[in-house]
Design a protein around this ligand. Structure first.
Ligand SMILES: O=P(O)(O)OC[C@H]1O[C@H](O)[C@H](O)[C@@H](O)[C@@H]1O
Ligand SMILES: [Fe+2]
Length: 191
């Protein structure tokens, strides 16, 4: 765990291409920790028989969950697929539902899949050099649709919290898959 002093100014280094930091500590999520989130569970089990790939890592700054602070860091989401579904983050709602977040794509290409509790869905490409605004009340998951790591910088209100509940049990309404050599957003048959 890092110990930054959130009541004083501080620097954190983030490599603008690769997303890595020397100063901050990464949290890593492997396929074994999120295998049930992929639609094709047989494909996930098959991969896990021989390896447990690192799906993504993000730099956790140990931010205090205080009103007025900002959480920020980078996420590095690796390329790959489980069955025909691209590697993705778990995704979450904010516990304080009405909390937005900004993602800036540093390198790679992908898609941000969003949905609100009413089931309205939004899918927006993650494009290098563009900041994407994730609106209040929308759960958000990033998906790597490219061949290289997808690297993003993010920031949000530090006391927003993470709510994984509904996402972990039912998933998202939409999935991002490779279909006939193309990237396609399709309905999740589990809904
Ligand atoms: O929480 P996950 O869906 O696994 O995503 C991992 C992390 O990456 C993102 O960039 C978020 O902004 C973080 O708040 C989040 O914890
Ligand atoms: Fe978030």
């Amino acid at each position: 765990m890092n110990h930054f002093d959130w009541d004083h100014s501080f620097y954190v280094d983030f490599d603008l291409a690769a997303g890595f930091s020397e100063k901050a500590e990464p949290t890593r999520r492997y396929l074994s920790q999120m295998k049930d989130m992929y639609y094709d569970s047989a494909a996930a089990e098959k991969i896990l028989k021989t390896e447990d790939p690192l799906i993504y890592e993000f730099y956790e700054l140990g931010f205090p969950e205080r009103e007025g602070d900002l959480a920020f860091g980078t996420t590095i989401l690796y390329p790959g697929k489980v069955g025909n579904e691209y590697f993705m983050t778990k995704g979450h709602f904010h516990t304080k539902l009405a909390t937005a977040e900004v993602y800036y794509t540093l390198s790679g290409e992908g898609c941000m899949v969003m949905e609100n509790p009413e089931g309205d869905t939004l899918e927006m490409p993650l494009v290098k050099g563009q900041a994407l605004y994730v609106p209040r009340r929308y759960a958000h998951r990033s998906v790597n649709t490219g061949k290289d790591p997808l690297v993003m910088f993010f920031t949000f209100q530090a006391d927003a919290g993470h709510d994984y509940g509904t996402i972990e049990t039912k998933g998202y309404h939409k999935m991002v898959v490779e279909k006939g050599g193309e990237t396609a957003v399709v309905p999740n048959p589990k809904w």
